[in-house]
Design a binder for this molecule. Structure first.
Ligand SMILES: Nc1ncnc2c1ncn2[C@@H]1O[C@H](COP(=O)(O)OP(=O)(O)OP(=O)(O)O)[C@@H](O)[C@H]1O
Length: 307
């Protein structure tokens, strides 16, 4: 078996009384785009900072590319194989894009200023002479990504790589990350942009209140999702009677407030028949539809959100 690109075991960290991480176990296989999804304050940045040795956790183990990360005692050679973009790109306002690329290349001991394919794919070529202070938010983010990738790291850790990007930027970054993974780089990216993670990642871990609440494989991510019939009624009493009527007819249904849901195959396959049945029972729904449990539904259900 190949060495995981990242391995985290029993990771826990508190800030005062806040449990930012509460016993996280996570393994990231090499050569994949692994999405790390969570709501604001879920613990994404804290875990990423622990991965990169920027924070020493209260408890737990972290291994990056098979090497244990222990704050300042981490072998420095490890970081030459890792690229990262955390909490925004740290840029020097007066230096141009070309200056940044040159400086990063020199720091990384690279013979040439930049991997042209990274600057090309990030469409930075036309901004080479522009100082960082004059870049738009999206272009600053593009430059931050280029700096994280300039040395072709084996692992790249990105905190919210889509921040500030316009739709074209989102597509460019998605293509770049997919291409890197095809070439063998492991990408670990946090995000709260569900649709972007679903499109980019091969695997997704969902974190909520410092705990991992779900792991989804690529197949699960792209599956059409579980379907359910959802109907709304004039009031809660109608919904309760409608759920009882369907259940009595062998179609399991649950009332919730003014609505009902049913995952019974017949209800999902023949919503028209359900409508007729309800009308005949004197309980006409004011809305009736088949909904699919996509990643967004799943995420919101797991993390207690509402739509
Ligand atoms: N330096 C700190 N001091 C105190 N509390 C902190 C600190 N850093 C994070 N926290 C708290 O720890 C929890 C997790 O924060 P974290 O930044 O890891 O979340 P996140 O998932 O990255 O959120 P976001 O998507 O908003 O960036 C939050 O409740 C946050 O308020």
């Amino acid at each position: 078996m190949s060495t995981p690109a990242l391995r985290v075991a029993g990771l826990a960290h508190r800030f005062g009384t806040t449990k930012a991480l509460d016993g996280v176990d996570l393994t990231v296989e090499p050569g994949r785009v692994h999405g790390f999804l969570g709501r604001n304050g879920a613990g994404k940045t804290t875990l990423i900072r622990a991965l990169l040795g920027l924070l020493v956790p209260d408890r737990g183990e972290v291994e990056v590319l098979g090497t244990p990360v222990r704050g300042g005692r981490t072998p420095a050679a490890l970081w030459s194989r890792v690229g990262c973009l955390v909490e925004g790109p740290g840029l020097y306002p007066a230096l141009t894009v070309a200056d940044h690329l040159r400086m990063a290349a020199r720091l990384r001991g690279l013979p040439r200023p930049a991997a042209p394919c990274v600057t090309e794919l990030l469409d930075l070529g036309r901004y080479l002479d522009v100082p960082a202070r004059a870049l738009s938010l999206g272009n600053r983010q593009r430059l931050g990504l280029a700096l994280a990738l300039i040395h072709r790291p084996a692992l790249v850790v990105l905190d919210e790589p889509g921040n500030g990007l316009d739709p074209a930027g989102v597509v460019d970054v998605r293509n770049l990350l997919r291409r890197l993974a095809e070439e063998g780089t492991t990408v670990f990216m946090s995000s709260h942009l569900i649709s972007e993670v679903a499109r980019t990642a091969d695997h997704v871990s969902i974190i909520h209140a410092g705990r991992l609440v779900a792991e989804l494989s690529g197949a699960e991510l792209r599956a059409p999702g579980r379907a359910r019939l959802a109907a709304a009624f004039r009031d809660g009493e109608h919904a309760r009677l409608a759920a009882a009527a369907l259940t009595a007819a062998g179609i399991q249904a649950h009332a919730d407030g003014d609505g009902l849901t049913s995952e019974a195959p017949e209800a999902v396959e023949y919503p028209d028949r359900m409508a007729v049945r309800l009308v005949e029972a004197g309980l006409p729904p004011i809305r009736l539809a088949v909904e699919r449990d996509d990643l967004e539904h799943h995420f919101l259900r797991l993390t207690g959100g509402t739509r």
